[in-house]
Design a protein. Structure first.
Length: 190
């Protein structure tokens, strides 16, 4: 399971007291990353947002910083969950073979971590400029028309409709992100 691989890597880092642990979200959902962040905190690493040095890369890199009491936390967690990397139960998680099933007592913390991660992620996506999309989409559609020899009235009408639909979808996704960010901020303030 992919979670075990990352937890094993994290625990090895924790024993060497590495100050930063950075990763790209390898899971299909941000909720699974939030569950990872919860377990990482049990081993002495706290979610610290996106890496500002790699902001221009277009790929969000999530940063976990080593806490001052990381060796003690890691030792306590290893004592309570000695076979966590060998297929045993992870802190705050069920021992089922499905992706990150949280226990009821840890769900609230994982939801709060999920809200923080989602705010950072959507915020990073929202900061990306729209101008390349606004120029690129019509140019690509026009290029497709030229290559296929469809540069006549019916082809241009179809292309204009396609461009309008794609730009509308782009605008709607930005509005969706703004609303999700506002909802996650409200859940963090409660």
């Amino acid at each position: 399971m992919i979670l075990r691989k990352y937890f094993k890597e994290l625990m090895e880092d924790g024993s060497q007291n590495v100050q930063l642990h950075t990763l790209i979200n390898p899971w299909p959902t941000k909720y699974q990353l939030a569950a990872y962040a919860y377990v990482a905190e049990q081993y002495g690493y706290r979610y610290a947002g996106l890496d500002p040095d790699l902001r221009e890369s277009g790929t969000p890199f999530f940063v976990f910083r080593c806490l001052p009491d990381a060796p003690e936390r890691a030792a306590r967690t290893r004592e309570r969950f000695p076979d966590a990397t060998g297929g045993g139960r992870l802190p705050g998680m069920r021992s089922w073979p499905v992706p990150v099933p949280t226990l009821p007592e840890t769900r609230r913390e994982v939801r709060l971590l999920h809200a923080r991660i989602a705010i950072d992620y959507y915020g990073a996506i929202q900061r990306q400029p729209l101008r390349p999309w606004l120029i690129g989409i019509p140019l690509v559609v026009l290029l497709v028309l030229l290559v296929n020899g469809e540069l006549h009235a019916a082809g241009l009408r179809g292309a204009a409709g396609t461009v309008a639909a794609l730009l509308l979808a782009l605008g709607a996704s930005r509005m969706f992100m703004r609303r999700r960010i506002a909802a996650y901020r409200r859940s963090l303030s409660d």
